[in-house]
Design a protein around this ligand. Structure first.
Ligand SMILES: C[S@@+](CC[C@H](N)C(=O)[O-])C[C@H]1O[C@@H](n2cnc3c(N)ncnc32)[C@H](O)[C@@H]1O
Length: 275
């Protein structure tokens, strides 16, 4: 049996659905071989150091630690982001938020990303908008560290500032585009999340109060202070939350502009402006 088959079997027996992919990525990480080299050398023996590394990684994955934490990076918007324990792992769904923001405000000069995590949305937007400057805010010092690392690794340090604090607290001035992927999972639903997410990713990044909508209520009351005339707010939302969040914003005097779906067809991002 090859090492890859062995790892796949161990992960499969533990009920990890992505065992074939994880096994390949783990062996690539341990050996430093790319995908093609792995295919050409399926029987490559491991050195004793590589076996020790493999054992350590396998134990982490068998404990359902997410692959992105083990590998230390996750791709988003075709950019590579450093991620690790204590920080949220970027999701492909969030690309819908970036697409909506670019569609509604492609000429934004000043961008604010609230709850920036590893800097995902801020960096993707600044990458697409070379004339824009931006600020990312996060309450988690771990997230702020990762966001600063990613801003610098992506060569955006002249245009992006990352601040630690609660939503608008550390921010001054006004922005043409405010984006956020806030925590929106209802607290009672946490128990049903996959163990990879529930037991490893920070609940600060996931849980939006009992009904999941706490942050949207707060944003609907507060964001107009930070929005420049003609500015736009774009928010990621949970599947099925669109009607409630439109009501919350329209009830607070905002104008609904546009929505955008994720790849699964869920309405995943909403855009608003001041009336
Ligand atoms: C769902 S994650 C989004 C991360 C990143 N923007 C993304 O889309 O991949 C929400 C983020 O909001 C941050 N957060 C939660 N409560 C916050 C608060 N009161 N003020 C600032 N950031 C907060 C979390 O630490 C987390 O990084």
């Amino acid at each position: 049996m090859t090492w890859r088959a062995f790892v796949q079997q161990q992960l499969g027996s533990a009920g990890i659905e992505t065992a074939p992919l994880d096994a390949r990525l783990i062996l690539q990480s341990v050996t430093g071989l790319d995908r093609t080299a792995m295919m050409v050398n399926p029987d490559r023996a491991l050195t004793s150091d590589e076996i020790k590394t493999l054992e350590a990684i396998l134990a982490r994955r068998l404990a359902h630690e997410p692959m992105a934490y083990i590998l230390g990076q996750q791709e988003f918007w075709s950019l590579s982001f450093a991620v690790g324990p204590g920080g949220l792992i970027p999701r492909p769904d969030t690309e819908a938020l970036v697409e909506l923001a670019l569609g509604l405000k492609s000429d934004a000069q000043r961008v604010l990303d609230l709850g920036t995590g590893p800097g995902t949305v801020l960096c993707a937007l600044l990458h697409e908008q070379p004339k824009a400057h931006g600020v990312g805010v996060d309450l988690s010092p771990v997230a702020v560290d990762y966001a600063r690392k990613n801003v610098s690794a992506l060569g955006l340090e002249d245009r992006a500032l990352v601040l630690e604090g609660r939503w608008l607290d550390p921010v001054t001035g006004q922005f043409d585009l405010i984006v956020s992927n806030p925590p929106y999972i209802p607290a009672p639903d946490v128990a049903d999340l996959m163990p990879d997410v529930r037991d490893h990713e920070p609940h600060l990044a996931l849980v939006g109060g009992e009904g999941g909508l706490d942050v949207y209520h707060e944003f609907a009351r507060t964001l107009h202070h930070a929005l420049a005339p003609g500015g736009v707010v774009c928010l990621e939302i949970g599947a099925g939350q669109d009607a409630d969040i439109k009501d919350i914003f329209q009830g607070a005097g905002w104008k609904f502009l546009r929505q955008h779906q994720d790849l699964a067809g869920h309405i995943r991002a909403l855009g608003f402006s001041k009336i």
